[in-house]
Structure formats: C-alpha cells, structure tokens
Design a binder for this molecule. Structure first.
Ligand SMILES: NC(=O)c1ccc[n+]([C@@H]2O[C@H](COP(=O)([O-])OP(=O)(O)OC[C@H]3O[C@@H](n4cnc5c(N)ncnc54)[C@H](O)[C@@H]3O)[C@@H](O)[C@H]2O)c1
Length: 414
C-alpha cells in the first residue's frame, strides 16, 4: 500500500474553468490562485444534478439554486466570503471514498474526478491489479485528498475501513453484440464479494453500484447486505446517472435548448427498454412530436450500445460514465455534508411500482434516500404509461435473477 502526499496548494480554478456564467462572488485565496466561486466552481457543478424539484424552470446544474448550493459545498464552508486560506478550504474535506475497480476504464477517470472534489479527504483506490501506478499518478494532483492504493483481496478490508462512500465499477464491460445481461455470469460474483467486504468493513457507507447488469447486481448487493444483517435500503444505489446525462444531452441537441437548463428524469432500470426517459416531464417544458418521442427514447435506451459499437471491442462507455458517476458521488457527499437540496435519479429498493427495485428521482440526505419523488410518475403520457408497463416484465426477470443468484451463494458471517 502506498500513501501519497497531500498537495499544498489547490488549483481548483484551473481544473474547473471554462464556459460558465460569471457570478457575484469572487474569492481571493492566499496561495495566489484567484477563485471566482460563481464562474469557476459552478463549472465543476456540471457534476451537480437538479437542485430542486419544485421550481418549474430550475436549471439542472447551473441554475441559481445550483449555484448557491455549489457555493455552499465548495466555498462557503471555508468561512467568510473574503480572504481565506487554502488550509481553511482544505480543512473542509472530510469524506473518505473508495473506488473498487479503480484501475479500469471507468475507475481511472472517475478517480480523477473524485480527486478534484474538495469534499474528499481520502481516496482509496482498489483493484485486483495495476492500481499502484494510477494512485501514484493521481497523488500528484494538488487537491486535498490523500490517495491510497490497495491491491488484491488481502488489502480489500483496509481499502474499505472507515469509508463513507463505496463506488463499484469493478467487472467486465460489454463487447459489440453483448447485452448487459451477458455480463451477469462474471460480474454477479464480483459484486457479491465486494459488497460482502463492504458489509464487514464499512456497514454504514453509501454503496454505489456501477457494474452491470445493474438491474440484477443491485438486488444481489441487497441480498448480501441482508444476510450480513446490515442492509439499509436507503444507502444502496444503482448508478443510473448516465441515462439522465445522456437524456439531457440528446434532448438539448434535438430541441436546441441551452444544455445547462435541461433536466429529464429517467426511471425504470438500466438496460435497453427498461430505461425509460420521461420526456413529458422535461424541464424546461418542451413539446415533442410522437416521432421525436420515439426517436429520443430509443436513442437514450441504446446510447450505451452506440458507444460499445464505436469502440469496436474496446469496451463500453468509460468517460461519460465516469463523469456521471462522479456527479452521483458529489451529490452523495453534498447530502452527507448536510445539503438539503440534493436530487438524483437512481435505481433503489422501491415501492413506487409493484417491482421491488426501480429507478426514479429521489431526494438524498445524510442518511441516504430521504424521499422518493413520486410526482414524476404521475400524469405520464400514453407512450410512457405503455412503455412502463412493458418494461416491468423484463426488469422483474432481472431482479429475480439477481436475488436467486445471491440466495444460492454462501455468505461468510463476519
Ligand atoms: N452503470 C452504468 O451506466 C455503466 C456504464 C458503463 C459501464 N458500466 C459497467 O461498469 C463496469 C466496468 O466497466 P469498465 O469499462 O471500467 O471495465 P474495465 O474492464 O476497463 O475495468 C474493470 C476493472 O475492474 C477490475 N476488476 C475485475 N475484477 C475485480 C474484482 N474482483 N475486484 C476489484 N476490481 C476488479 C479490473 O481489474 C479492471 O481494472 C462494467 O460492468 C460495465 O458494464 C456501467
């Protein structure tokens, strides 16, 4: 295991600048880096989701509410608006995050994005191979978190001790022609083992599952946690943020909208037709022809396959996935940190439908899911109602497959 030195300066501005609206708060840090919280920190809030579900025009990640929230989480915590030292800002970094599968296509860029978060004090990178170099490389970034590397099962417990958020992108990705379900035979066992270790070593942590097929791996994780006696359904999440990110991007392009204003809730699951973007709930309010609804829905559902085919055998989405996962991590950390205005779509144990697991928008708080936003599911279009009914059969099968797998596995009692 290698402990990497913590940097002594924070060049947040250089990492997060570009293309944002100037805002009212300009901060001068004593280390010589000018930090305009509104124009620069808000850029990093590209990782931030919608900040409110009540206002009709609230921007998804750059509206006034978002700006205020990002200022709270990145800057205001450090004290007053005027002069402040790096040490003050650094002292706010207080959460430990572990990435399991950190040397992979998603793991590496995800680790970089998490390393940029001033809310993180320690970043634990775990993989079965090749993680030392990734940690050494990342540790040179002058952001607050300490980077530690852990290789192989003998170091897994140490990687997880005291961690607040565990992110799991470990496993194999798709190749052309494969469905996410084709990954089940390998990834189910990987997720089972990693969640078992999380149950033993950080039972209170938020667990973010990225490894596919999420529709099954999240139920597997739930069963493992139950057997371990530490299951808290409010803290187990299937990361479906990429579906929202894609939906927002494609809708903005199609309707020529300002990207930062667009928010499309995506519900259901995370595979093919189980992914259901609720275009009728798009904010800002926009109308679609039947053809546009069909075209956009199918594109959002198949966007992962679009990347798999473009990569032609070299894996699936990694960079956009890392971006989406980092946004979900950042949202979780803000919620843990006491921000009361954090909303994300995620696949969780749920009773909003007759299925035991379902993705929908939730409010996140210090203890995980604070509320499920059922409003999104009311007043669906006829197309969405039909698609929701159709997806249930497939999603149900994937959930049952996961539960059956988990129940066949022995789980070591700690
Ligand atoms: N949720 C989503 O939206 C989404 C999107 C894209 C990909 N994915 C999934 O994410 C997973 C990872 O994709 P990738 O492109 O990073 O794959 P990758 O092959 O590039 O990386 C996977 C990493 O996991 C590691 N690994 C394998 N077994 C492990 C174990 N037992 N413990 C710890 N680490 C282990 C590998 O060594 C590798 O470094 C795949 O299952 C893929 O389907 C999910």
């Amino acid at each position: 295991m290698m402990a990497a030195a913590v940097g002594t300066t924070l060049s947040v501005g250089s990492a997060i600048s570009a293309g944002c609206k100037p805002g009212p708060v300009t901060l001068q840090k004593t280390m010589g880096v000018k930090l305009n919280s509104a124009s620069r920190l808000s850029c990093f809030s590209g990782l931030k989701a919608i900040s409110s579900v009540s206002g009709g025009q609230e921007a998804s990640f750059l509206g006034s509410g978002s700006l205020a929230a990002i200022q709270r989480s990145f800057v205001a915590k450090a004290g007053e608006r005027n002069q402040r030292s790096y040490m003050q800002l650094q002292s706010q970094a207080s959460f430990k995050v572990a990435v399991l599968g950190a040397a992979g296509g998603i793991g590496q860029p995800l680790a970089l994005l998490i390393k940029m978060s001033p809310l993180v004090s320690a970043l634990h990178l775990y993989d079965i191979a090749n993680v030392k170099g990734v940690a050494a490389d990342l540790s040179h970034c002058n952001t607050p978190s300490q980077v530690l590397d852990f290789t192989g099962p003998s170091e897994l417990a140490s990687a997880l001790k005291g961690v607040n958020v565990v992110v799991i992108p470990a496993g194999v990705p798709r190749k052309p022609g494969m469905t996410r379900d084709d990954l089940f035979s390998i990834n189910a066992g990987i997720v089972k083992n990693l969640v078992e270790a999380a149950a033993d070593n950080c039972p209170d942590a938020f667990i973010h599952i990225i490894s596919n097929p999420i529709n099954s791996t999240v139920p597997i994780a739930a069963e493992v946690l139950k057997k371990k006696g530490v299951y808290d359904p409010k803290k187990l999440f299937g990361v479906t943020t990429l579906d929202v990110v894609r939906a927002n991007t494609f809708v903005a392009q199609k309707k020529n909208l300002k990207l930062i204003d667009v928010d499309v809730p995506v519900i259901g699951g995370h595979a093919g037709m189980t992914i259901l973007p609720l275009l009728s709930k798009t904010r800002p309010s926009v109308t679609f022809t039947d053809e546009e609804v069909q075209e956009l829905t199918v594109r959002i559902q198949n966007a992962g396959t679009e990347v798999v085919e473009a990569k032609a055998g070299d894996g699936s989405a990694t960079l956009s996935m890392a971006y989406a996962a980092a946004r979900f991590v950042e949202s979780s950390l803000r919620a843990l940190d006491g921000d009361t205005d954090v909303y994300e779509c995620t696949y969780i144990e749920s009773d909003v439908t007759d299925l035991p697991f379902f993705a929908s928008r939730v409010k996140l708080g210090k203890k995980g899911v604070e509320a499920v936003i059922t409003k999104d599911l009311q007043g669906l279009s006829e197309y969405e109602e039909k698609a929701l009914e159709t997806l249930k059969a497939e999603l149900k099968g994937s959930i049952e497959k996961g539960i059956a797998f988990a129940n066949k596995q022995p789980v070591a009692v700690a």
